[in-house]
Ligand binder design. Structure first.
Ligand code: GLA
Length: 388
């Protein structure tokens, strides 16, 4: 199949009977480490992947948004000025939600500004690779550019998160949109989710003969969003019990002091957040020192913390992690929100086919779908592919 850019341009031409004025894209992500820390004002270390969502777009002068998305049936049309964002459902909530949010930034009297959008994506959906942030960010970059709004990448990331929270109704943190907007090729994004300070950390493992692999278990859990909400609630309750603004501010000693008041479950949830924040900082230090043994060990500790304390893994993710470790990986962990999706591993490039063999052996002997394996290349964030 041709790449998403070619498909988006030809979808636009087919649907709108014209060439697009501009082509824009934004990537999905994997998170190296720092899981569920973003909504606790903590630290994360994701990187943008090479799979992208591409938007071919043109300005309109009838105040409408007309959007067509590959694999989603008919196009949708809305008059932007009279649009009620509460009416948006399904894929249109992500796309039209962003247009609606950006319309609040149009100059006064410019309600005739509209936009035609054709969207294609190479980011797998439901795999925990942030396909939704990729759509939001690609549309945000397109409309910001075509309407000449001049909003900065951080503002666009914030707007994408607002759409995810308020229009789509998923109460996620801000990591996914920040990494999709702000990443540099060959770097991970070290982000402080309290201050939004960022630092680009070079991904130097390939020079050491290592590969970062992503293993997609194919498991998609329908109840993931309610479980995500439960984890958020536990964190807020725990922060209130300890008396800190967010779990970012809590120490393990404080958690132990309040262990009884926290109760067993919230104590374990909070312990994951506190130890995970420390692991992000340690991973950044280890990457800077090219100490990949330590990076791998931190990955594996993070996985245990998510499996046992935060309770967001599943048997398939655990088996992918154990198979990678058994194949000689320096470390492995599930990545993303959890309850399915992908795990990552840092492993010698020479052991890749051995890893595939191990996964095949362990998964097929249980009658489970064998995970698809890909090597991750850290890519650049959202960008204008072509502007006329
Ligand atoms: C999802 C959310 C993010 C983050 C991760 C877990 O991807 O969208 O904000 O909370 O889960 O780290």
């Amino acid at each position: 199949m041709s790449d998403a850019r070619e498909r988006a341009e030809s979808l636009f031409a087919r649907h709108f009977q014209a060439d697009p004025t501009g082509v824009f894209s934004a990537p999905g992500r994997v998170n190296l480490i720092g899981e569920h820390t973003d909504y606790n004002d903590g630290f994360v270390l994701p990187l943008a992947i090479s799979q992208r969502t591409v938007v071919a777009a043109s300005i309109r002068d009838d105040g409408a948004v007309v959007a067509v998305s590959e694999g989603h049936g008919d196009a949708v049309t809305y008059d932007i000025a009279s649009l009620d964002s509460a009416d948006l459902t399904g894929w249109a909530a992500y796309v039209v939600g962003v247009v609606w949010a950006l319309a609040q930034h149009r100059r006064e009297g410019s309600t005739a500004l509209g936009v035609s959008l054709a969207i294609c994506s190479d980011v797998p959906t439901g795999a925990g690779l942030s396909s939704s942030a990729a759509v939001e960010c690609a549309v945000a970059v397109a409309v910001n550019d075509l309407w000449g709004l001049g909003l900065e990448p951080r503002a666009l990331a914030g707007l994408g998160q607002q759409v995810e929270n308020e229009v789509v109704g998923a109460h996620t943190g801000g990591m996914d949109q920040m990494v999709s907007m702000l990443s540099l090729a060959d770097h991970a994004l070290f982000l402080d989710c309290r201050t939004d300070d960022i630092e680009h950390i070079p991904c130097s493992w390939s020079a050491a003969g290592l590969a970062l692999v992503v293993m997609d278990t194919g498991v998609r859990h329908a109840n993931a969003s309610s479980a995500y909400g439960d984890r958020r609630k536990s964190c807020e309750e725990a922060a209130a019990v300890v008396g800190v603004p967010a779990l970012r501010d809590a120490s393990l000693t404080q958690l132990r002091d309040y262990q009884g008041a926290l109760g067993e479950e919230n104590y374990a949830r909070a312990r994951h957040i506190v130890t995970e924040n420390a692991r992000v900082l340690d991973t950044v230090d280890a990457l800077r020192a090219s100490d990949f043994e330590t990076v791998g060990a931190l990955f594996s500790q993070s996985h245990l913390s998510m499996r046992d304390d935060y309770d967001i893994s599943c048997p398939e993710l655990d088996l992918a992690v154990e198979s990678a470790q058994g194949a000689g990986a320096l470390g492995a962990r599930m990545t993303g929100g959890g309850f399915g999706g992908c795990a990552i591993a840092l492993i010698s490039a020479e052991l890749l086919s051995h890893l595939e063999g191990e996964l095949h052996h362990h998964f097929s002997s249980r009658g489970w779908q064998v995970p698809r394996v890909g090597v991750v290349r850290a890519s650049a964030g959202a960008r204008v592919e072509q502007a006329l």
